[in-house]
Design a protein around this ligand. Structure first.
Ligand SMILES: NC(=O)c1ccc[n+]([C@@H]2O[C@H](COP(=O)([O-])OP(=O)(O)OC[C@H]3O[C@@H](n4cnc5c(N)ncnc54)[C@H](O)[C@@H]3O)[C@@H](O)[C@H]2O)c1
Length: 361
């Protein structure tokens, strides 16, 4: 008797700009990989984002979180439009999802694949293979504050950071567990600024020191965020897992994304490790209005997100298969989009990745 396919319900928000281009390509790869692993993805597409905003004055309907809650995972393209203030698009859709579904770890791998040119002058044979784990639910993005004398000459803005011991410890612990699971350099770097931020970052440092005691087999280092920015350029090969607050992780993970060749190669997962809520998988890049709807956006970051998603859903072999196919297409160098110096169209890259999955058997 034929075994029943495992069905996963995926909530899909393609969003804006290139998000609308990369998500259909991501589904093609997912459907292909599912058929090889006795699984099936059932998608529910939500037309939220800028177009919805222009029609309704909000990025999504008021019950959007209730609609997303039953999904097994959320796949998101990108959100943002030149005619909508970025704080509206971010706070109106993305940040509430991350916070309400307690997706407290934003996991952003940065791998320099063979055949891809880093903008850095690396020594021969030097590899970049790191993961930035960014705290995703509190810190500097907690949205606590306000304006006084709004839009008057004497206007004052107050924006508070919120650091809780629980929030720091849990994301730091996840970073250590990841370093163990990756079993590569077995090292965690903590990013701080406790020389200038004498409360929040001191709490962060203490949480790091305490959690580190639980992982005597993992090496540690603590870097001020400014030194970390410098060292991402000077010695990127030395990093394994990097754990940082919301703001510092946001900035450093764009840096780690670009030193491995292109924003079009950087995936990210917003994880609720407790699995009470759906986790969300989205490329690091935004809606890239400068190249949108020309058929040239690089879909590989979305495929690597798909790999993270299937791993999270319990099919790690499928995730590894996608990543191997992406690596192969990059190392062959025949099919690549303009951000990587090629001339290929987005759909050609998808076809090459699917062909590579098939040929690997
Ligand atoms: N998670 C998100 O949805 C997210 C993240 C970042 C920015 N944004 C939003 O996206 C909009 C544009 O932001 P931005 O221009 O600062 O950042 P961006 O990531 O959209 O683009 C930065 C640069 O990288 C290029 N690029 C990005 N992704 C690419 C890909 N897959 N293939 C090839 N080239 C790619 C773009 O062409 C652009 O030159 C803004 O509204 C911003 O708020 C959204």
């Amino acid at each position: 008797m034929e075994r029943q396919a495992r069905v996963f319900n995926i909530a899909v928000i393609a969003g804006d700009g290139v998000g609308q281009e990369v998500i259909p390509e991501g589904k093609r790869v997912l459907d292909h990989i599912a058929s090889l692993h006795g699984a099936r993805f059932q998608y529910t597409d939500y037309p939220w984002g800028a177009d919805y905003y222009f029609q309704h004055g909000v990025m999504c309907p008021p019950d959007f979180l209730e609609q997303l809650r039953p999904a097994d995972a959320i796949l998101l393209g990108a959100v943002g439009h030149p005619k909508i203030a970025d704080n509206v698009s971010l706070n109106g859709l993305l940040l509430p999802i991350r916070r309400t579904f307690d997706q407290y770890a934003n996991v952003r791998p940065a791998v320099l694949y063979d055949g891809v040119q880093s903008p850095l002058a690396l020594r021969k044979g030097e590899k970049i293979d790191m993961v930035v784990v960014r705290e995703n639910t509190e810190g500097e993005y907690a949205q606590v504050g306000g304006f006084l004398y709004h839009e008057q000459p004497e206007e004052v803005a107050v924006q508070a950071s919120v650091f809780t011991r629980r929030g720091c410890e849990r994301v730091i612990r996840l970073a250590f567990e990841l370093a163990r699971r990756r079993n590569k350099k077995r090292r965690v770097a903590s990013i701080t600024k406790s020389n200038a931020q004498g409360y929040s970052m001191v709490l962060w440092d203490r949480a790091f020191a305490k959690v580190a005691e639980e992982f005597p087999d993992i090496a540690t280092e603590t870097l001020l965020v400014d030194a970390a920015a410098m060292n991402f350029i000077r010695r990127p090969e030395s990093f394994d897992v990097v754990v940082a607050s919301n703001l510092f992780g946001d900035i450093l993970s764009d840096l780690s994304a670009i030193i491995v060749g292109s924003m079009g190669l950087a995936p990210s997962a917003n994880i609720d490790p407790s699995r009470r809520f759906p986790s969300m998988f989205e490329p690091v890049h935004g809606s890239a209005p400068d190249i949108a709807f020309q058929g040239i956006v690089n879909p590989l970051a979305t495929f690597l997100c798909a790999a993270q998603m299937v791993e999270h859903l319990g099919i790690p072999e499928a995730g590894q298969r996608i990543e191997r196919a992406v690596a192969k297409v990059l190392s062959e160098g025949r099919v690549r989009t303009p951000d990587l110096g090629g001339k290929s169209k987005t759909a050609e890259v998808t076809e090459a990745v699917i062909a590579s999955i098939i040929s690997a058997g």
